[in-house]
Design a protein around this ligand. Sequence first.
Ligand code: ATP
Ligand code: MG
Length: 387
Amino acid sequence: MTAPAFLPPGSMLGVMGGGQLGRMFVHAAQRLGYSTAVLDPDADSPAGRVSHLHVRTGYLDEGGLAELAEACAAITTEFENVPAAALTRLAARRFVAPGAAAVAIAQDRAQEKAHFARCGVPCAPHAVIASRDQLDAVPDELLPGILKTARLGYDGKGQARVATRAELVQAWEAMQGVPCVLEKLLPLAFECSVVVARGADGAMVHLPVQRNLHRAGILAVTEVGEGVLPAAIAAQAIEGTRAIAQGLGYVGVLCVEFFVLQDGTLVVNEMAPRPHNSGHWSIDGADLSQFDLQVRTLAGLPLVAPRQHSHAVMLNLLGDLWFAGGAERTPPWERVLALPGASLHLYGKPQARPGRKMGHLTLVAESARGARTTALEACAALGIQAF
Ligand code: ATP
Ligand code: MG
């Protein structure tokens, strides 16, 4: 279905997926007076627990999709592995943003890289490996490299670093020979990302460029504010992100992740067809968050350029923090909440596990240095490695 002109508050907005991104979408939608519906099979899903309606079925369940379509005026998605077929089915009855075609490209690293190339945004040298012949034909220049499954990877899962041809063969076999992309291992100086929102009318706005630190393939820290990265690189990243969204005819919130190499070259890594962990700071540091923008693109509300009003540092709170000295614990929230400019976001997940995203903490201040100083105090209080 094509985009409705304007869905008035009081309408029901739906989201495929009940994780933390869905939860923060639900919060933003409800603040504007919308009702919400979440489709997720998990009874304890973070978004399902705070939504007016929780459809508890699988993502391809006919009955579940029909119930969601029936209840909602428009539907979005919060995790990128929601089957594109489910979005196609919903789109036959309701406005769905982002659309299945854009999500299908983002779900496949090979297609995603081809899209970046079409948009004139350079990515890492790579080869697609979907057969023995393609494996044998991989050029030596791509080693050492990172073998990534073309589909279903996240938080560094479905990836293996390979230094030699023998290791490459072994890693591909360990991945059961599924279609993969081998990327050259690049000398990174740092990483950054840009969140863009594009309306059905083609209007685009973006958040400021975010500097990201990953640890063990998982985002650990995002910093946003003056001086966190060179202005020329920031401008280039924004231009590339807009070209990528435009090229997809995208409607909704899209995040594009970049590498900045040691020689200053900007290289696109991947995109997420949804709000992104690196944009969470915008809830506390900007006057419109990435979730507000998601609601606005879905409901046909005006897209106003978000203004960053505070410097911000976001720390991811992984399940590891719930364990100390071999025992389970409650992290010392009282110490963290005593810090000025600290906003604690916990996703309500019943069970902590190492590496699981349980929440995030945003520290805002009037200066980049101030935000960083309190963030380092929070790290010390919680036992997060300093950055
Ligand atoms: P996400 O959780 O962001 O979806 P993912 O599992 O899709 O992660 P990538 O973004 O491909 O994984 O890679 C995770 C991290 O590994 C990157 O942020 C970067 O730190 C490192 N990395 C990935 N590819 C390369 C590369 N070609 N060269 C150097 N480092 C890389
Ligand atoms: Mg990534």
